[in-house]
Design a protein around this ligand. Structure first.
Ligand code: PEP
Ligand code: MG
Length: 539
């Protein structure tokens, strides 16, 4: 038995086998071979495995995001069967007498360059797909299978670090816990763990190369312990804690259907944060009053190209319909910093948190923004949708957004596509937005305070930097004073103000927020009933 210690970013207990995620550097070596037939056979097996993997990915994507976005996996299956591509690989193996990995990688590179140089935009975009299928083949040839992200049974995922794009690709039903060497409490990966209701430990000092997939372990998200090869007694104790947690959870479930009202009659809205249409199940299960933050950027990451208008429309429509008239606040694309999509070519930046991200991308690459707005407005017919814009710093930005929204609405009217005029708000995540919140309140319907970024920008602490976790203090007086100022300015203009950053779920502050007059708290679905309990018990 071995006990390692880490920092818990989401409480809970897990008991099960570990799956070690090893990120392999794809450096492909050119090796001379003797047996050409054997190399060709290896390519065939890797191809068969790839087609099966893509079939599984297709089925999963159809369920989670619909047929339109799943289609890309069928395209990849077809590309794997492409005659020219296969002949080229065979040629390299036969004429140069080299290993399959090298033949696949070099063919992939030359085909991808050829596509990239074409004039037609559709063909250009296929360059990334060719790269993707050849990387998949190389991974299979190296025996790395599905990049380790596709688990057959529920496991404790152990990794060096996880990016948001890796996390969103995993099947939530198959993850018992996350345990990583690196990562920060406020990273989007930690946020995703909380959203998925999965115990997670970061900062665990361990040597991944010495760890074996399949080893039994216990993750204790209360004490921060990660216990490998637990003794029977330890397992029994963990099981007991797990049962107690489930019991507490059942008690909380009795609060379903009840109002979020204090003993003296003050009400507050409790909404949920989600990252994909697949999360709506947790929202309903936990009886949230609506969705206060739909992080739409997760539709854009972990893939090779921008999601189309139709694909986005289907996702927003599905969420709006499933919420059956309850409010769904969709945040427009907040990409950049730790949420990266390679195909956008955002480039490396010295200070990504202070860089080209969120509304700054939308206001400069307006076609991307307009496509998303069209999809949202089209979906507005199917439920109670609202829109909010991230990372606002000025009145001019809001006015520019409003002009673009008017253009989109006009285009929809010209094409006789119906839409509803929805509530439009902004996120308050920068000290600049706080200081001019009186002016901004006149322009928008609501404010939602993003305390994760507001804390980062107020305290000058990079939320991604794990060395600064101890300094990142969202309870800092400056942050709390800012929240009060924003709420007061919203109310003066007759608007409402909520909190959708992680601080909204901080049970130590629930009473304070109610007293401050915060109108809505939007939190991970698993926190809704815990907050309801506190609200109902306060004076
Ligand atoms: C925030 O900054 O508080 C927020 C809700 O947005 P995100 O965490 O996605 O940056
Ligand atoms: Mg933010």
């Amino acid at each position: 038995m071995e006990t390692l210690i880490g920092k818990a970013v989401y409480k809970g207990i897990a008991l099960g086998k570990i799956a070690v995620l090893r990120k392999t550097e794809n450096v492909v070596k050119r090796v001379k071979i003797d047996d050409v037939a054997a190399e060709l056979q290896r390519v065939e097996s890797a191809k068969a495995q790839a087609i099966e993997q893509l079939g599984k990915l297709y089925d999963k994507a159809v369920k989670e995001v619909g047929e339109a976005s799943a289609a890309i996996f069928e395209v990849h299956q077809m590309m794997l069967e492409d005659l020219d591509f296969n002949e080229a690989i065979e040629n390299v193996i036969r004429t140069q007498e080299v290993n399959a990995e090298y033949a696949v990688a070099s063919t992939g590179d030359s085909f991808s360059e050829m596509f990239a140089s074409m004039d037609d935009d559709y063909m250009k975009a296929r360059a990334v797909d060719i790269k993707d299928i050849s990387e998949r083949l190389v991974q299979n040839l190296a025996g790395n299978g599905d990049n380790g992200l596709d688990f057959t049974e529920p496991v404790i995922v152990v990794a060096d670090d996880l990016t948001p794009s890796e996390t969103v690709q995993m099947d939530k039903e198959k993850i018992l816990a996350f345990v990583t060497v690196h990562g920060s409490t406020n990273s989007h990966t930690a946020i995703l763990a909380r959203m998925m209701n999965i115990p997670a430990l970061i900062g665990v000092e361990m040597k991944l190369e010495d760890m074996q997939t399949g080893t039994e372990a216990v993750v204790d998200g209360f004490t921060g312990e990660f216990i490998l090869c637990p003794e029977e007694e330890v397992k029994a104790k963990a099981q007991k804690k797990l049962d107690e947690e489930n019991e507490k959870r059942n008690l909380l479930l009795e609060l379903k259907g009840k109002e979020n009202i204090t003993l003296s009659g003050k009400k507050i809205e409790l909404y949920a944060n989600i990252g994909s249409a697949a999360d709506v199940g947790y929202v309903l299960e936990n009886d949230a009053g609506g969705i206060g933050l739909f992080r739409s950027e997760f539709l854009y990451i972990g893939r090779n190209e921008l999601p189309s208008e139709e694909e986005q429309f289907q996702a927003y429509k599905q969420v709006a319909q499933n919420m059956a008239g309850k409010k769904v606040i969709i945040r427009t694309l907040d990409i950049g910093a730790d949420k990266q999509a390679d195909y956008l070519n955002l480039g490396k930046e010295e200070n990504p948190a202070l860089g080209y991200r969120a509304i700054r991308i939308c206001l400069t690459q307006t076609e991307i923004f307009k496509t998303q707005l069209r999809a949202i407005f089209r979906a507005s017919n199917y439920g109670q949708i609202a829109i909010m814009y991230p990372m606002i710093t000025s009145v001019e930005e809001v006015k520019k957004i409003q002009e673009i929204v008017q253009e989109v609405k006009k285009e929809l009217r010209d094409c006789e596509i119906p839409y509803k005029d929805v509530e439009e708000g902004i996120m308050i995540e920068t000290p600049a937005a706080v200081m001019i919140s009186d002016e901004l309140a006149e322009l928008v319907d609501f404010f939602s305070i993003g305390t994760n970024d507001l804390t980062q920008y107020t305290l000058a602490i990079d939320r991604q930097n794990e060395k600064l976790d101890a300094f990142y203090n969202p309870h800092h007086k400056a942050v709390l004073k800012m929240i009060q100022m924003v709420v007061d300015n919203a109310h003066k203009a007759g608007k409402w103000a909520g909190i959708c950053g992680e601080l909204g779920a901080d049970l130590e502050l629930t009473e304070t927020f109610v007293r401050m007059g915060v109108d809505e708290l939007s939190v991970a679905p698993s926190m809704i009933l815990k907050l309801r309990k506190i609200v109902r018990e306060m004076e």
